[in-house]
Design a protein around this ligand. Structure first.
Ligand code: ADP
Ligand code: MG
Length: 338
């Protein structure tokens, strides 16, 4: 479905030293800037699912907004298919707005209450002048509703957002995004407003879409256990920086950074697998990267769940000053490229 028949060799998306800052909210005349994103770099390959994980307020949505060109970066750049998106205009910008789709947390807010499910998806096509004839568009919309698990599509197509469940609404938002044939879908906390019982279905849908359409997904969540379900790789964000990045299973099995270890430690582990957790324990004590990490102090407000971890791995004031995080990130980079 992509407009670009030949996939380029390089990564689909690359962030280089991205910085996003906001003026401090301490009053209208305040000149203070808050660095919400403080030099973030990573790449995402075609058909890959990368999770961005970190506590609320660490800068995840700011990263998303910069990629989607909803926020002007204060530094660094975003490359899509190897080209900077900073100065894209006109038809190329319209194409970019198709190629990169964002699914936000609250499906109700993303949907127009006056549009039926059918019109919601058809509107996506119309805005981008796609879908051909009326009949062609109708077929495409119904097929898309089916593909995201809204069936029978004919019946669901007639419903308004308030007549759908939370899970159905998020599926509808995803249908509106996917019908444009994007190469990249950014899902920013896509299930955090949903009942726990509905979450697995949406996560499975994302995996299906990747498998059937080869779409790349940046999956943003504060919940490492959700990331574990869907992602190939994970980047752990802490105070506007990536402190660790690597293959999902590897990071879970042997987290290198104290903050990652704190996140891993609160993932519920089924009884049967607890025996395997002896291995990461050994990795922790033997990894030289961890020696470089300064002893943990108290984490900032909001890390209290993670901070209850008792083995001394609670996150301290890590960031620019710590040699550990960069080193830890480098370790996983090294493992990935080997
Ligand atoms: N429009 C804004 N103006 C000022 N500060 C903002 C704005 N948006 C986000 N922030 C601040 O930037 C930081 C990162 O926010 P955000 O990117 O939303 O984090 P996350 O998505 O990880 O919760 C937070 O401290 C937040 O308060
Ligand atoms: Mg957010």
């Amino acid at each position: 479905m992509t407009a670009h028949a030949t996939a380029p060799a390089g990564p689909l998306l690359t962030l280089q030293d991205l910085v996003v800052s906001y003026r401090s909210r301490r009053g209208p005349r305040s000149r203070r800037q808050i660095r919400a994103v403080d030099g973030v770099s990573f790449s995402l390959g075609t058909g890959e699912i990368l999770a961005l994980v970190g506590e609320s307020g660490c800068g995840k949505t700011s990263i998303v907004r910069a990629i989607a060109r909803l926020e002007e970066p204060a530094g660094g750049q975003v490359l899509f298919r190897g080209a900077s998106i900073a100065h894209v205009r006109g038809p190329a910008l319209r194409q970019l707005r198709r190629d990169i789709q964002v699914v936000f947390q609250d499906p109700f807010e993303s949907l127009d209450p006056r549009l039926t499910a059918f019109d919601t998806v058809a509107e996506s096509l119309l805005v981008h002048r796609l879908g051909g004839s009326r009949a062609g568009r109708r077929d495409q919309v119904l097929a898309m509703l089916e593909q995201v698990g809204l069936h029978p599509a004919e019946a669901i197509a007639r419903r308004y957002p308030h007549q759908l469940s939370g899970g159905q609404r998020q599926r509808l938002v995803i249908a509106g995004a996917m019908v444009l044939g994007p190469d990249l879908v950014i899902a920013d906390e896509p299930v955090s407003m949903l009942d726990v019982s509905l979450r697995a279905g949406i996560l499975r849908l994302m995996l299906d879409l990747r498998d059937s359409r080869g779409v790349s997904i940046l999956f943003v969540t504060h919940d490492l256990s959700l990331a574990w379900v869907v992602a190939d790789r994970v980047a752990v964000v802490y105070l506007g920086r990536i402190v660790e990045i690597g293959p999902m299973d590897e990071v879970i099995r042997a987290p290198l950074h104290p903050y990652t270890r704190a996140l891993v430690s609160v993932i519920p582990v089924p009884e049967t697998t607890t025996a395997r957790r002896g291995e990461p324990e050994r990795c922790r004590t033997e990894d030289p990267a961890l020696v470089a990490v300064p002893p943990a102090g108290r984490g900032p407000a909001g890390t209290s769940e993670a901070g209850t971890h008792t083995d001394g791995a609670s996150p301290g004031r890590i960031g620019a000053d710590a040699a550990g995080p960069e080193h830890a990130a480098a370790c996983h980079f090294a493992k990935e490229s080997s």
